[in-house]
Design a protein around this ligand. Structure first.
Ligand code: UT7
Length: 327
């Protein structure tokens, strides 16, 4: 008897966009009481990109999306689903995804935003994958785009040195195959625990202060939870597929802190060479960091067809998650 075909969401293109202005650590040291040595030693960050007044979450997202569609050899009109992860939308509403949809010129499909802060891209990926596998859409743009510079307290050295702006995008296409080793998203796991809201949040919003607010973080506590939660969720995804960490070709983590990347890799016995690192160049770009790092490693030829790639992230909420993809 022949096997029933499995429908999977296949990664067919990636793209990225960064603001024009690069801000190295030495420039940060002119704004607040910090130093290149402290930032590099505690975080691994050497540089970040900061959006100018004409660069917005939607403009960065649109640029990244165009690249991803081009890499997929598709036209914008082929896209019938846009899921955009952001904590820094252009406006309170409409969803930034609808602005991107209009800019791209692909009207009539589905377009909405997902808010899960630094885990936003993993959440958006999970939603898009479910919608593609259920048949609600055929080709999805999944975007992570942020302008965190707009919600930073530029007088708080404990947070303003850590974040940057940028966008990353991927195109997923629903394909059916009877081959169990066919490419596509193999497994995903998402979690949230609202008990930790106050460790990482923005002190404003339309329904409370009526202002946008600024980011506040108890860094040490977030760090501690991140290492534990990420190692746990990576194990959960591996267990779901019957694979082990030795089977993974690349880990593309959320880029929050080099020490979190190192500690998580150690916990799972993953050699550091398998971890894609962009934190030195981009700093923490929240929902954009995973697709920015993914695009970097696809374009420089490290990530190749047939390989197994694990994406993971943890952020405000807390929210966290991981997804295993065969390229
Ligand atoms: O993306 C969402 C998830 N976010 C994260 O995963 C972030 C997780 N947390 C972290 O990455 C780290 O906790 C930080 C990088 C935020 C901080 O590193 P830490 O090793 O936990 O440092 P700390 O907060 O304990 O601060 C150590 C010292 C303090 O001075 P005292 O109290 O020991 O005198 C801080 O005031 O470093 C001081 N400090 C700084 N010094 C120079 C804090 N920020 C700075 C700074 N420059 N920018």
């Amino acid at each position: 008897m022949s096997q029933a075909p499995i429908r999977r969401s296949v990664l067919v293109g990636t793209g990225a966009a960064l603001p024009r202005r690069a801000v190295p650590n030495d420039e940060m040291a002119k704004m607040v009481d910090t130093s290149d040595e402290w930032i590099v030693a505690r975080t691994g960050i050497r540089n970040r990109y900061i959006a100018g007044p004409d660069e917005t979450t939607s403009s960065l997202a649109t640029a990244a999306a165009r690249q991803a569609i081009e890499a997929a050899k598709l036209n914008p009109t082929d896209i019938d689903l846009i899921v955009l992860a952001t904590a820094t939308p252009d406006q309170t509403f409409p969803a930034t995804a609808t602005i991107v949809q209009h800019e791209l010129g692909c009207h009539g499909g589905i377009a909405f935003d997902v808010a899960a802060v630094c885990s936003g891209f993993l959440y958006a990926l999970g939603v898009a994958d479910s919608m593609l596998r259920s048949g609600m859409a055929r080709r999805a743009l999944v975007i992570g785009s942020e302008t965190f510079s707009r919600i930073l307290d530029w007088e708080d050295r404990t947070t303003c040195v850590l974040f940057g702006d940028g966008a990353g995008a991927i195109v997923l296409e629903a394909r059916e195959s009877t081959d169990p080793d066919a490419p596509g998203i193999l497994a995903s796991k998402l979690h949230a625990d609202g008990a930790h809201n106050q460790l990482l949040y923005v002190d404003g919003g339309p329904s409370t202060t009526g202002t946008v607010g600024k980011l506040r973080m108890t860094g040490k506590e977030v760090f501690r939870h991140a290492v534990t939660n990420l190692a746990d969720v990576l194990r959960e995804v591996l267990d779901q597929t019957g694979l082990t960490s030795a089977d993974i070709d690349w880990v593309v983590p959320h880029q929050a802190n080099q020490r979190i990347l190192d500690a998580t890799a150690r916990k799972l016995n993953l050699p550091a060479e398998k971890v894609v690192v962009t934190i030195d160049r981009h700093a923490n770009t929240s929902a954009a960091s995973v697709p920015l790092a993914l695009d970097t490693a696809v374009r420089d030829g490290r990530i190749k067809p047939g390989q197994l790639v694990m994406l993971e992230a943890m952020g405000g909420g807390f929210t966290w998650g991981a997804s295993l993809i065969r390229i």
